[in-house]
Design a protein around this ligand. Structure first.
Ligand SMILES: Cc1cc2nc3c(=O)[nH]c(=O)nc-3n(C[C@H](O)[C@H](O)[C@H](O)COP(=O)(O)O)c2cc1C
Length: 330
């Protein structure tokens, strides 16, 4: 009953969509696909952000990349993240993608990759605040779903224009802002600046998701207390510990539960990508699920090169130290 009452109250709103929870899986290229996203959603991630989607590809070769925006109905609210540098291309891609029913379309303004930044996309957009204004305004005017943005603090220490960008996103109709507390120049190094995230949360009225260096359940509470954000976005730590969305430390999750989630995740990966690709793409996740348990390098190598899902699961069960009669879901 308590659970029911707690669930009634949204943590915050994404425009008119209630969001029930204050911890969200970050969009991550190569990781936040349907299988992993849905597992995180079941464990408590409150919004499903897709991996970033190249806007020109949506228009020119959609069949090649359509898996990037496939989702399970119960994953909603689902946010499709797109990247590109031209307002018109971003709008046209967003209009096409809107037909697939996302709760919002998010513009990537944080990707630090040189090839993307040089073309003026990702964090490259932070160099052109007027273009940011045009993109957000254009999409907010023409889409039926809300538009949101994920930003960094600026390009480098000489250009930390996050206050300006945050105001621009809000003033032009953005519905939510996710903030990674680093500059483009920092990449993924150095410490995320939670003071800057706090400044933004104070500056705008739209919900802010704070992101960067949240690694433990305690960090979630620390970031919330420090910054007063509506929600906390978690990337790399969730790959190591998807149970963080249930506010659980990895060391508190027993092997039996790891086994259950690992099987569910693998099964979705096989369904989604087909048996061969599904197993190959699952290996990087398996390495993380099983990281605390390896006996030696040979065992790790044997598991990560297992040729079939059955062989893989038999080895995984051994790694986890579970008896043979343990339940199998596959
Ligand atoms: C492998 C990887 C892929 C990423 N891909 C994306 C992406 O597609 N879109 C995006 O906005 N951010 C992307 N990011 C950045 C994360 O969303 C997040 O902002 C960053 O990892 C900092 O959060 P963390 O300290 O919790 O990992 C990626 C990060 C990693 C490590």
């Amino acid at each position: 009953m308590d659970f029911f009452i707690i669930m009634q109250e949204p943590a915050f709103w994404l425009s008119s969509t209630p969001v029930y929870g204050d911890v969200v899986l970050a969009p991550m290229d190569g990781y936040s696909d349907l299988p992993f996203r849905s597992v995180c959603r079941e464990l408590g991630s409150a919004i499903s952000y897709t991996e970033f989607i190249h806007a020109p590809d949506v228009l020119q070769r959609p069949e090649r990349i359509r898996k990037r925006w496939e989702y399970l109905p119960w994953e909603q609210p689902v946010v499709f993240q797109i990247y590109g540098s031209t307002p018109q291309t971003l709008l046209e891609a967003a209009l096409r993608l809107q037909a697939y029913g996302p709760a919002a379309i998010d513009i990537n303004m944080g990707c630090p990759d040189g090839r993307i930044v040089r073309r003026g996309a990702g964090a490259g957009l932070l160099r052109t605040p007027i273009k940011v204004a045009r993109i957000i305004r254009l999409l907010a005017q023409h889409l039926e779903v809300p538009v949101t943005a994920k930003i960094r603090l600026g390009l480098d220490d000489t250009c930390r224009n996050y206050r300006l960008i945050a105001r621009i996103v809000e003033e032009n109709g953005g519905a939510l802002l996710a903030v990674h507390g680093r500059t483009r120049a920092q990449g993924y190094k150095g410490q995320a600046d939670w003071d800057a995230i706090a400044e933004i949360a104070q500056l705008v009225r739209i919900p802010v998701l704070g992101n960067g260096d949240v690694r433990t359940p305690e960090d979630i509470e620390r970031m919330k207390a420090h910054t007063r954000v509506a929600g906390v976005m978690i990337g790399r730590a969730a790959i190591r510990n998807p149970w963080i969305f249930s506010r659980r430390r990895r060391e508190d999750v027993p092997p039996q539960e790891v086994w259950e989630v690992l099987q569910r995740h693998l099964s979705r990966s096989l369904d989604f990508y087909g048996p061969e690709r599904g197993l190959v793409l699952f290996r990087k996740f398996a390495a993380q699920y099983l990281a605390p348990y390896w006996r030696d390098r040979a065992q790790r190598r044997a598991l990560l090169t297992a040729p079939t899902p059955e062989a893989f699961l038999a080895l995984a069960r051994q790694v986890l130290g579970l008896p043979e009669e343990v339940v199998k879901f596959l």
